[in-house]
Design a protein around this ligand. Structure first.
Ligand code: ANZ
Ligand code: ZN
Length: 825
């Protein structure tokens, strides 16, 4: 009928896609593969348009790729375990599994209504024992490779709740839940030795050419490689040595004292008896202060002279050893040589405590030195014995080499990255497959649960009794879980009662999709060879470091285990911008500004919601939700439908009638648009693709074909329009294609080819201004209309920053020459 009715069209096509199994991966083993993945959701609350944008980006890519002749893997699953579900369970006394199941059901129903093209036969959920069995398997395999160990670590302990809490739950030193002051406690935990891969994680970043620069930069900083030297300072009158890490070995002759962390393990051995009490009191005071300070707060510098003396490795001078709070125990060696003349922190500290300052570097250009500050740059050495006169870089090398030669240190590299602690005192997580037996394992190192006993399943529980948020970890309160037999001696043993960080679950889920039902291995080698790496991975930039580092690490280990050939999981990473609500704040349950896809689908249709979301801006930019613009998208789709409907009688005409005059014009417009849209989709520029389609619709709408050639050209244009829009507005596109004679779904049809002869054209260069200031230029074909030029200008890398966070008040457009955005904050 003449009216565009998404409410009838959309379910019809969704049913048909499902019935035909069009989205099953592996249907076309003869075709090249493409693995398109979106970060799987944590199914809490309800799906909103902020999530939808993420999945939509993947969906458009998946749909386009199928038409381009790829065998596409596009799966979806659930990051179902985790703290929010457990906290909700504590509050309302319902089992987290129940709520999770409900949420998954509603997420899935909503996803289907938006028309996402998932292969649901591969659905996974991390709370499924058939899934977490393999997380446990990996844990044990990693442990066999020396990549899992038990360590003592500083954790936030809330005495009120009797549990360890995450950094995020500490507010101004108080427990968020009970308001008790949080203390730092030493506790045993399981950790992954990710630092063993720091160098490789760093080095491979150079190869990740299709990753956003910001993500690569963040990972680089997170790993934090620091090249320098380690130097030993003998402790006077003792056999001990204090080893320091420095990036400025060239300043060693300016070292006037040595500083160790307040909790440096060597203190007990080197502090003379008469200073012991003072140093211990200082350490205790600092531990308390560190525990109660805000997470990002920096404490004022404080220190204490330990009374011990260090021997300078080059001059033999006796230097005081201090303990101070600006030296941290878990970086480098936990000790530094202080050079107040050339380091700001040292300068501040030396000034505070009246310690000597000796200058050993002067500026190479002879510039004057600041009187009351450190000179922190490289220069030329002075007062430095045999090294005097050398430049800083040369001296660094020479001094590190001398230390190596003399057996008191040498070149050294340190990373800021820490090992990954994964123990959580929680119920709703993957049980750690370890038991403790006092007979076989008196040291408490933990005995692996035998592989044939995996999975260690989460026990059924009395929710009200176990999930209290207080006392011991929940699993410790379930005797039937805790008490087990030792796999070694068959005697009584206790199970590990802590569960794994959920980042473990998400470190390898992308590989489980390859072979989700495998019960011999997490996935088969042949499935890995077929599908890995992920070709496009779409997700939020907030995962730049933790998740995206963990799963790179995991993949390296999987590769070493022979499970896959790839050591990097993802070829191209797309980080999508935020969807802000109409109030300009990030769409979130917390702000009460979420827009539910169901409401939008009911009102405007899934295709309108999809078109709006893709048109609103480039993938990596934030967009603002706007009901008017969704309505605008719906109107645009309506116009397409009316156009198609109006010319439906021409559908039977052959597409390649000889064209001239007006029919040629129509064909040129259609083919040029097809070419542009194809290029835009290739570079994931979806907003400009929509803009170009709009231009074509504007062009075609007023045309009244009179000859058969014109009618045929019009029918061809409409067919092409449907095909090119089908990744974005798939339901409408299918409906039009069907009216125009298609017998198969567009998803089983090849992406149309444009006729190059019809697409030649000349271009214009537009000056792009923001508030009248020239900010960039865009080259675009001469017949591009205002919308298209605007979209291209907004997407331009030079222009975009000037529009970020601004509201466009007006656009001045001079055809063929200029576009000027009038904006205000
Ligand atoms: C002497 C020196 C002289 C330093 C100078 C700097 C400038 P990055 O680049 O971050 O690795 N340092 C080393 N271990 C530390 C610890 N555990 N806690 C606090 N500070 C520590 O910084 C390395 C520098 O940070 C090292 O080089 C050391 O100070 C300090 F003119 O050594 B430097
Ligand atoms: Zn035993």
């Amino acid at each position: 009928q003449e009216r565009y009715e998404p409410q009838t069209i959309e379910p019809k096509w969704q049913d048909r896609w499902e019935a035909e199994g069009l989205f099953a991966a592996g249907r076309r083993g003869d075709l090249p593969k493409k693995y398109v993945l979106e970060m799987f959701p944590y199914p809490s609350g309800a799906l909103h348009m902020g999530h939808v944008r993420n999945y939509l980006l993947g969906d458009v890519i998946a749909r386009y790729s199928r038409m381009k002749g790829f065998d596409v893997l596009h799966p979806m699953g659930w990051d179902a375990l985790g703290l929010p579900a457990e906290n909700a369970a504590i509050k309302d006394k319902r089992h987290p599994a129940e709520r999770t199941r409900e949420n998954v059901r509603s997420f899935k129903a909503e996803m289907k209504r938006v028309g996402f093209s998932y292969d649901w036969s591969r659905e996974i959920s991390t709370d499924d024992p058939a899934y977490y069995k393999w997380s446990q398997w990996f844990f044990l395999k990693f442990r066999e490779r020396g990549l899992v160990y038990r360590r003592m670590a500083h954790v936030n302990w809330c005495p009120g709740c009797q549990t360890v809490i995450a950094n995020e739950q500490v507010k101004d030193g108080l427990c968020e839940r009970s308001s008790d002051p949080v203390v730092i406690k030493q506790m045993a935990e399981w950790a992954f030795r990710i630092t063993e891969y720091s160098e490789r994680l760093l080095r491979n970043l150079d190869e990740l050419k299709d990753w956003p620069e910001e993500v690569v930069k963040k990972q680089r900083n997170w790993i934090g490689k620091s090249e320098g030297a380690e130097l030993d300072f003998a402790v006077d009158g003792s056999s001990e040595k204090v080893r320091v890490f420095t990036t400025r070995a060239d300043t060693v002759f300016g070292c006037t004292y040595v500083v160790v962390a307040p909790d440096h393990p060597m203190l007990a051995a080197i502090v003379p008896a008469d200073r012991r009490e003072a140093v211990t009191a200082f350490a205790a005071d600092q531990a308390r202060k560190a525990a109660t300070k805000g997470r990002d707060e920096e404490l004022p510098k404080e220190g204490v002279d330990t009374g011990a003396r260090a021997v300078h490795p080059f001059t033999g001078a006796k230097l005081p050893i201090w303990a101070a709070n600006f030296v941290v125990s878990d970086y480098g060696t936990g000790a530094v040589m202080s050079v107040p003349a050339h380091d700001e922190r040292d300068f501040e500290f030396a000034t505070l405590y009246g310690l000597p300052i000796v200058r050993v570097i002067r500026p190479a250009d002879g510039a004057a030195l600041p009187a009351d500050a450190a000179f922190t740059e490289d220069g030329v050495l002075e007062n430095s014995g045999p090294y005097t006169g050398q430049t800083s870089p040369d001296a660094r090398k020479a001094i590190a080499a001398a230390a190596k030669e003399g057996g008191f240190g040498g070149p050294s590299v340190t990373y800021r990255q820490r090992d990954w602690g994964i123990s959580r005192q929680r119920y709703w997580g993957t049980p750690i497959p370890i038991v403790y037996c006092e007979a076989c394992d008196p040291a408490g190192e933990g005995i692996a649960v035998p592989y044939d006993q995996l999975p260690v399943e989460l026990p059924e529980i009395d929710v009200a009794a176990v999930l209290t948020g207080r006392g011991e970890p929940p699993l410790a309160k379930v005797p039937s879980f805790v008490n087990t037999t030792c796999p070694g001696c068959g005697g009584p043993a206790r199970r590990e009662v802590e569960t794994m960080d959920t980042f473990v679950d998400s470190s390898w889920y992308f590989a489980r999709y390859l072979d989700p039902k495998n019960d011999e291995l997490p996935f088969s080698r042949s499935s890995a060879d077929r599908w890995l790496p992920v070709d496009v991975y779409v997700g939020g930039p907030e995962h730049s470091t933790m998740h995206l580092l963990y799963f790179r690490f995991w993949t390296m280990v999987m590769q070493e285990m022979g499970l896959c050939a790839e050591e990097e999981p993802v070829k191209r990473l797309v980080t999508q911008g935020i969807v802000n609500g109409p109030d300009g704040r990030k769409m979130s349950k917390r702000w009460g500004n979420v827009v539910a896809p169901a409401t939008i689908v009911d009102r405007y249709g899934a295709d309108a919601a999809r078109t709006f979301t893709m048109f609103a801006g480039p993938p990596d930019r934030d967009i603002q939700w706007s009901d008017e613009q969704v309505e605008g998208s719906a109107r645009f789709l309506q116009r397409i439908w009316r156009l198609a409907y109006r010319h439906r009688d021409s559908a039977g005409l052959p597409g390649d009638l000889p064209a001239d005059g007006r029919s040629l014009e129509i064909r040129r417009a259609a083919h040029k648009t097809l070419r542009r849209v194809t290029e835009d989709l290739e570079r994931l520029s979806f907003n400009t693709a929509v803009a170009r389609a709009m231009e074509l619709v504007n062009f075609l709408t007023p045309v009244e074909p009179e000859t058969d050639a014109e009618r045929a050209a019009m029918a061809e244009a409409i067919r092409l329009l449907a095909a090119m829009l089908s990744p974005i507005a798939p339901h409408l596109a299918e409906e039009i294609a069907e009216v125009y004679g298609a017998t198969r779904s567009l998803q089983a049809t090849e992406w149309p080819a444009y006729d190059p002869a019809l697409t030649e054209e000349d271009t214009r260069v537009y000056a792009v201004q923001v508030n009248g200031k020239l900010r960039g230029e865009v080259a675009i074909r001469a017949d591009a209309g205002e919308d298209e030029v605007k979209a291209a200008a907004q997407a331009d890398a030079k222009v975009a920053p000037h529009l970020a966070g601004m509201t466009v008040r007006k656009v001045i457009f001079v055809k063929g020459r200029l576009v000027n955005f009038v904006v205000s904050p």
